[in-house]
Design a protein around this ligand. Structure first.
Ligand SMILES: *Cc1c(COP(=O)(O)O)cnc(C)c1O
Length: 463
């Protein structure tokens, strides 16, 4: 029998045995360049060999502390025991029948879990897909079918995927949309409450941003034409922006008043990442629909739309689906991942990660002028890098009459590169490319967390 626990044998220690990238990675990179489209970029130019817990090992034997989780996917760790066990069993039984041809129990079980863990105690139903973008597209299809309306409202700095409709929903041109148009119509973008960059100050941010968003929806679109308001409760690719408290509930209330479907895109923020099952819970928000993917299945491709049964059932029978959506092996992985989150209380682990990391990041912000803002919650944390002197240090905030923080994407790229060279896998993000984000696996040890922060500190000192 396969040793299902082989991944956990990977020593949990940072180790550099060659330059980064080493010779084996360089050789593979040459092969990649020859046959893989240039459009598929690379954050850190090493090839993976093994990964488990908080460590990723490359083909040269270097071991990196993982502050990325494959973009918030391997929250339960790579090759988590329950994921490997359940998928291995599933692989032996059957790999695919197509749920639309002959259904299977794991699909139903995942939908039962989704009904249990998502916010709200109303009757819920789900539909499963392969990727986050596909889930978002289907949420829009469902909202349109339910309301008989077409317009979709999204927000500045929002990210929802790379398919045609989700490119239209996504805010940032480069690299996601550039030269890929024309984009889907009936998409309207309105302001989001971005505290660090709100020109009249953080304290006015929620109220003013909500008023502006609602005014634009009312004047430019007409609430009666709006099928859905779609927002990430913590904006991921836009720069780990936590909308100022009060903003999301105000928009949810506006949606309710006008029969608009309120959709929370929790693809990055969901599944224990922010210290509870879903980031919405922080403000007691109960979305009509919620989209999930990334952390849902421990690394296997799975996504879902979950929501009020009467909304989900608005799409006619046969109107939703896809050949692979809710593949049984991916469903088995999701059941293993959810089991792990529950048994190991990974939401609590995420809160503990915040307790360890955030005070240290705040200290770094006091010491290094380049850090303008520290934000995020749970294990979804970030620092925003700005040109020194353009924001108040640490608690930096755009002040009325004060300097506007100038993004420093060059420093951010240099910092990420320095971390990679020293064995820390970090990712950057943000509309201005000036945010370094931290998304460690929730199962990472505290020792590795602190070691990663040591590396970050010395990389900042060396900038
Ligand atoms: C990653 C992401 C998506 C797209 O998911 P894919 O699986 O890459 O298609 C959509 N929304 C949010 C918030 C995301 O972070």
């Amino acid at each position: 029998m396969t040793d299902v626990s082989s991944g956990s044998a990977l020593p949990q220690e940072r180790r550099l045995v060659t330059a980064v990238p080493g010779p084996a990675s360089q050789e593979l990179m040459a092969r990649k360049r020859a046959v893989v489209a240039d459009g598929i970029g690379t954050v850190m130019p090493v090839f993976a060999r093994r990964a488990a817990g908080g460590i990723l090992e490359d083909v040269d034997g270097n071991r990196f502390v993982d502050f990325g989780s494959g973009i918030a996917v391997t929250s339960v760790g790579n090759s988590a025991e329950a994921v490997v066990r359940r998928t291995t069993e599933q692989l032996r039984d059957y790999t695919h029948t197509c749920v639309m041809v002959t259904p299977y129990e794991p699909y139903v079980a995942v939908c039962e879990e989704l009904a249990a863990v998502t916010p709200g105690d109303h009757a819920k139903k789900s539909a499963l897909f392969n990727s986050g973008a596909e889930a978002v597209e289907n949420a829009v299809k469902i909202a349109r079918a339910y309301t008989g309306r077409q317009a979709v409202v999204v927000f500045d700095h929002g990210y929802h995927g790379r398919t045609n409709l989700t490119m239209a929903l996504t805010s940032k041109n480069m690299p996601y949309k550039h030269r890929f148009g024309p984009f889907a119509p009936e998409v309207y973008r309105v302001p989001v409450a971005y505290p660090f960059r709100w020109l009249t100050g953080r304290e006015n941010c929620a109220e003013e941003a909500a008023a502006q968003a609602i005014d634009q929806i009312t004047k430019q679109v007409g609430p009666d034409n709006v099928a859905a308001i779609l927002i990430e409760p913590v904006l991921g690719e836009g720069g780990f922006i936590e909308p100022a408290k009060g903003f999301l509930p105000r928009l949810a209330e506006f949606a309710k008043e006008h029969g608009i479907v309120f959709v929370a895109d929790e693809i990055q923020s969901g599944f224990c990442r922010t210290g509870q099952w879903f980031a919405c819970e922080d403000e007691g928000l109960v979305p009509d629909l919620i989209t999930t993917a990334k952390g849902i299945a421990g690394g296997l491709p799975l996504a879902a739309v979950t929501g009020r049964a009467e909304i989900m059932d608005a799409a006619h029978s046969g109107g939703l689906g896809g050949t692979y959506g809710g593949n049984p092996v991916a469903c088995a992985a999701a059941l293993g991942a959810i089991e792990t989150m529950r048994e190991q209380d990974l939401a609590a682990r995420a809160r503990r990660i915040e307790e360890v990391m955030k005070p240290r990041l705040e200290k770094l912000a006091e010491r290094f002028d380049v850090i303008g803002d520290v934000r995020g919650r749970g294990a979804m944390l970030a620092i925003e890098l700005v040109k020194p002197g353009t924001s108040a240090t640490g608690s930096g905030s755009a002040r009325p009459g004060g300097p506007v923080p100038q993004p420093d994407p060059e420093a951010t790229a240099a910092l990420a590169h320095a971390c990679h060279q020293q064995g820390l896998l970090v990712l950057t993000t943000g509309t201005y490319g000036n945010v370094m984000r931290f998304l460690p696996p929730l199962v990472i040890s505290e020792e590795l967390l602190n070691e990663g922060l040591d590396v970050l500190e010395s990389a900042l000192a060396g900038l």
